[in-house]
Design a protein around this ligand. Structure first.
Ligand SMILES: Cc1cc2nc3c(=O)[nH]c(=O)nc-3n(C[C@H](O)[C@H](O)[C@H](O)COP(=O)(O)OP(=O)(O)OC[C@H]3O[C@@H](n4cnc5c(N)ncnc54)[C@H](O)[C@@H]3O)c2cc1C
Ligand code: SF4
Length: 434
């Protein structure tokens, strides 16, 4: 309700249904997306509306605030105003560049304005956090940061400290927070800060589709992808040779700003223009996004020599894909090849090896882990409420607390866990435990 997510309930194991009235109506699939759906149904691949944090209709500013903040008139008023300030998507611009009408979900346009309107939020700009400070009672009591304008060191104090600097930087701040009590970094008695880092497994393949050539010009813009293919091979899991699964995102059609020429040969003049007109919109691209299983060889640590311009140690990264991820990436490419052939297209080249098929670590930009959550303080950094076992008033509210990295893109799960953790923190503060 607060974020605004479009999608549909399909009753699929991989994409659990949301409570009635939660999802906004999804946009229609485009011609190319429908074409793929029609031709791959025989393989049992579902093509369904993607869940995307974009308003397809305006938010119900009358009822949602009451349900989100019962018995809190001020919060209801502020939220109602914030919801009224968001317009529904007009399906015409590139969401990756930000959304000036606030249809897509961004913390800068959706969360920060109402939080500021409460009068309870101060934002310190140009503040580069270096370390968490811990009092003699073992509790976190603030953060030391560098004022990037003056270069001066400054400190802020707090009853609780929440790190959400993105998983790598959160691990870096923890590791740089050394004290007598925590000589290897705060909250690191397990030695696991920076360990078990993950990205999403990625592989891609493109092609061109003669059936999409020379189509009458029509509007194919929208809010990015409108449909996707969730993981479908549960029943064949034992035959695949790798654990877990992936989903497929794909793009077709004439869209800005990536003006694809659909494979027109290099050239110039009239014949080139004609070929571009024929083939523009005939390209298709598939990208797999799969689950990575955490492993002990993928970790970050403080670099012993390299420091940033403020003299703070930077991270260095160690990475190893297991055979599960490598085989999964090869499987992705083979699937994309099969799909492109099934729609009568010409696929690009499948990589020669599984090592070539997989995207580089970090390339999918879904970095998580490094402060993993778990039931035991010897084998994890945080508990189920994102609280550090060693320092319960220090919370890791970003992807660092992920102890696995399912195929789903991570941000909405980061959000959900952060919300759950924040509710728990408020309760603990009310009870006087923190
Ligand atoms: C191009 C791109 C596309 C993506 N697409 C998707 C997608 O489609 N779906 C999806 O789920 N995810 C996507 N992701 C991943 C998603 O952006 C991240 O998972 C998400 O932003 C992580 O949220 P976070 O709050 O942990 O970190 P961030 O959003 O990175 O926020 C961290 C904040 O901390 C600040 N910060 C960092 N270090 C310090 C410091 N030392 N001191 C003070 N402040 C600091 C940063 O400036 C930043 O504002 C994408 C990422 C990129 C880059
Ligand atoms: S297409 Fe994207 S950027 Fe444009 S209005 Fe819709 S959500 Fe906003």
């Amino acid at each position: 309700m607060l974020v605004g997510v479009y999608g549909s309930n399909e009753g699929l194991e991989n994409t659990p249904d949301s409570p009635n009235g939660t999802l906004l109506p999804p946009p229609k699939a485009r011609a190319g997306e429908l074409y793929v759906k029609k031709h791959i149904a025989k393989f049992g691949l579902p093509v369904i509306p993607i869940h995307r944090a974009v308003l397809s209709t305006r938010q119900d500013h009358v009822n949602f605030p009451k349900r989100l903040h019962p018995n809190n008139a001020k919060a209801q008023r502020i939220l109602a105003e914030a919801m009224q300030a968001r317009a529904a998507c007009f399906w015409a611009t590139d969401c990756g560049r930000g959304c000036s009408i606030k249809a897509n979900y961004q913390s800068t346009t959706v969360h920060l304005p109402p939080a500021l309107a409460t009068g309870n939020l101060d934002i310190l700009c140009n503040a580069h956090a270096r370390e968490v400070t811990v009092g003699s009672d073992g509790k976190a009591n603030g953060v030391i940061y560098i004022d990037k304008v003056t270069g001066q060191e400054r400190a802020v104090k707090g009853r609780a400290v929440i790190l959400a600097a993105s998983s790598g930087e959160t691990a870096r701040i923890l590791l740089n927070s050394k004290s007598n009590r925590f000589p290897s970094g705060v909250a690191n008695s397990s030695g696991l800060v920076g360990k078990y880092i993950m990205d999403t497994v990625g592989a891609s393949l493109g092609g061109s589709v003669p059936a999409f050539e020379n189509l009458p010009v029509h509007n194919e813009e929208g809010a990015g992808t409108h449909v996707y293919i969730p993981w479908w091979l549960y029943k064949e899991a034992s035959k695949l040779g790798f654990a877990r699964g992936y989903h497929i995102e794909f793009g077709t059609g004439r869209r800005m700003p990536s003006l694809g020429t659909g494979g027109a040969s290099p050239g110039y003049g009239k014949s080139y223009k004609e070929e571009v007109r024929q083939k523009y919109g005939a390209g298709i691209g598939f990208a797999g996004r799969g689950e990575m299983i955490p492993n002990k060889d993928s970790f970050c640590e403080l670099d012993p020599t390299v420091k940033d311009k403020w003299g703070i140690s930077v991270l260095r990264f160690n990475w190893k894909w297991s055979d599960h991820e490598l085989k999964q990436a090869a499987h992705m490419q083979q699937t994309f090849h099969m799909i492109i052939e099934a729609i009568g297209g010409k696929p690009g080249n499948v990589s020669r090896t599984k090592e070539e098929a997989i995207a580089s670590p970090g390339a999918i930009i879904h970095e998580v882990g490094g402060g993993i959550m778990g039931p035991d303080q010897r084998t994890s950094v945080t508990n189920q409420w994102n609280q550090c076992w060693d320092v319960p008033n220090l919370l890791l509210n970003d992807g660092s607390a992920f102890c696995s990295n399912a195929d789903k893109n991570p941000t909405l799960t980061i959000m959900a866990l952060a919300w759950r953790a924040s509710d728990h923190l408020i309760e603990e503060m009310r009870k006087g435990n923190i």
